[in-house]
Design a protein around this ligand. Structure first.
Ligand SMILES: [Cu+2]
Length: 480
């Protein structure tokens, strides 16, 4: 016999010790979920002439904006209407391994044409997101190459406000294809390449000569699923302060964003408030990074807010910002060269707490070593999807410093699941106070961050470029 809430109440009414049963009644699963996500193939109308078919959440791109309350438990029913198993990862949240959405951590797959109910307590507050976490390997219809991404905003207990309204922007490419070698901008991060790392990279290249490994390029680009010039412009008023929540939902691209004649005052990185609200002319976001920034609308006109790359902007990566009463063709002005430096948002003259332990990882690319795909190794080891063996054991309560050394020319957006980390050295400089869950590591550079082991369970670390994580660039942590 199963007891549902109604029969439980009926039986409870017959018993004198009603209080004893009250906790049981509270623990009963709610009949209806707070949210329903449905994974299915659908169409994205980037423009009337450009309609692409891909896998979506609830038939739309981006997936619906999910607003949650920090600390208030939420129940989500996820239906998978596709022919392959799926996973929904709740990126940037401090939640248990069983619901985080990575099979490497032990989250169960949602079977093809199946359903799974999950429940978790959202935290921390700020801009998070949800996306698929399946491996795509050579299938460009799967994983984050598809349209499975949407923003999550976790409302904080106390919101300081100081803006007039919020605008969510989800940056994403469509129609991926393989090529040999890419044209990605690589020189926007502060810091200089290390000779020693260049030498290690050169030695690796000598072992794997031949054509360059496959890279992924895209035909179409858009913000909130619309090519630049299509969809509604962002309509603003002179003097208005707009809080932009920007999410790079790419499968592997680094994105930039500028609004000519305007500055971005950064209030949060990856959803976490920054100690110094510095103003910058350009945003740079590695794959899966988020930036929350306030723009004071003080230069009336009709503007293109877009990517610095003429090619990507020309293929749709931008959105029109239109002041009330302004007329004419949207204007684009190329901003002056600007280097991205996470440290400007940190605590000045502060030193982070000393770590209990330091773990070093050397990142090496084996050019074209896997049937033409690059293989990625961490300390000489490519992650095995077959064994999914944890490489590192951490102890609850300890502070760990991870030091990454990149012996490749690629930028790697490094991501740690289920924990936030504090940047402690970036671009060759010490820093403190910048809390993130993804950080870009420049070509032949180093980065260091600390995390406190405060959320027991298997924890995945990986490069957020789908093409890198699927071909070795992962490591698994477990708690002792
Ligand atoms: Cu990478």
């Amino acid at each position: 016999m199963t007891i549902d809430r109604r029969s439980l109440l009926k039986y409870a009414a017959m018993l004198p010790a009603l209080d004893a049963l009250a906790p049981l009644a509270q623990a009963a699963e709610p009949e209806k979920p707070d949210l329903t996500l449905r994974i299915a193939t659908g169409l994205v109308e980037l423009s009337p002439e450009r309609i692409v078919s891909t896998t979506l959440y609830n038939g739309q791109f981006p997936g619906p904006l999910i607003r949650l309350k920090e600390g208030k438990r939420v129940t989500v029913d996820v239906y998978n209407d596709t022919d392959t198993p799926e996973l929904v990862h709740w990126h940037g949240q401090t939640i248990p391994s069983g619901v985080d959405g990575a099979s490497e951590e032990g989250t169960p797959f949602i079977a093809a044409h199946g359903m799974r109910r999950i429940s978790f307590v959202p935290k921390p507050a700020g801009l998070r997101f949800y996306h698929t976490h399946v491996a795509a390997a050579s299938d460009l219809n799967r994983g984050t190459y598809s349209g499975q991404a949407g923003p999550v905003y976790i409302e904080p207990a106390a919101d300081p406000g100081a803006y007039d309204r919020e605008v969510f922007l989800v940056l994403k490419e469509f129609l991926p294809s393989f090529s040999r070698g890419g044209d990605m901008t690589m020189d926007m991060l502060v810091g200089a390449p290390s000779r020693e790392l260049q030498e290690i990279g050169k030695q690796a290249d000598e072992k794997n000569k031949g054509p360059k490994g496959y890279e992924v390029g895209y035909d179409l680009f858009g913000i909130n699923g619309k090519l630049l010039g299509h969809g509604e412009p962002i309509r603003v008023k002179h003097g208005e302060r707009v809080l932009f929540h920007v999410l790079n939902a790419s499968a592997g691209e680094t994105r930039s964003l500028a609004l000519p004649g305007h500055m971005f005052k950064i209030v949060a990185l990856d959803g976490n408030p920054v100690p110094t609200r510095a103003e910058v002319p350009v945003l740079w976001l590695g794959t899966a990074e988020r930036i929350s920034a306030i723009v004071e609308m003080n230069r009336p006109g009709v503007w293109v807010m877009g990517d610095l790359s003429d090619d990507d902007r020309g293929h749709g990566m931008g959105v029109v910002v239109e002041y009330s009463n302004a007329k004419g063709k949207p204007q684009w002005l190329k901003p002056k060269p600007f280097k991205w430096d996470y440290a400007v948002f940190g605590k000045p003259n502060a030193t982070p707490a000393a770590p209990d332990e330091t773990i070093e990882m050397l990142i090496v690319k084996n050019n074209g070593a896997l049937h033409g795909f690059n293989q990625w190794t961490l300390n000489g080891e490519a992650f095995s999807m077959a064994t999914m063996k944890p490489q590192y054991t951490v102890h609850e309560g300890r502070r760990y410093r991870l030091k990454f050394r990149n012996a490749s020319d690629d930028i790697h957006p490094l991501h740690l699941h289920r924990h936030s980390f504090e940047l402690v050295r970036v671009g060759g400089k010490p820093t403190a106070g910048v809390i993130k869950d993804v950080v870009m590591l420049g070509g032949f550079q180093e980065v260091e961050f600390d995390f406190v082991a405060d959320n027991p369970g298997k924890t995945l670390f990986h490069c957020h470029q789908q093409l890198h994580m699927d071909f070795g660039f992962m490591a698994l942590f477990d708690y002792a």
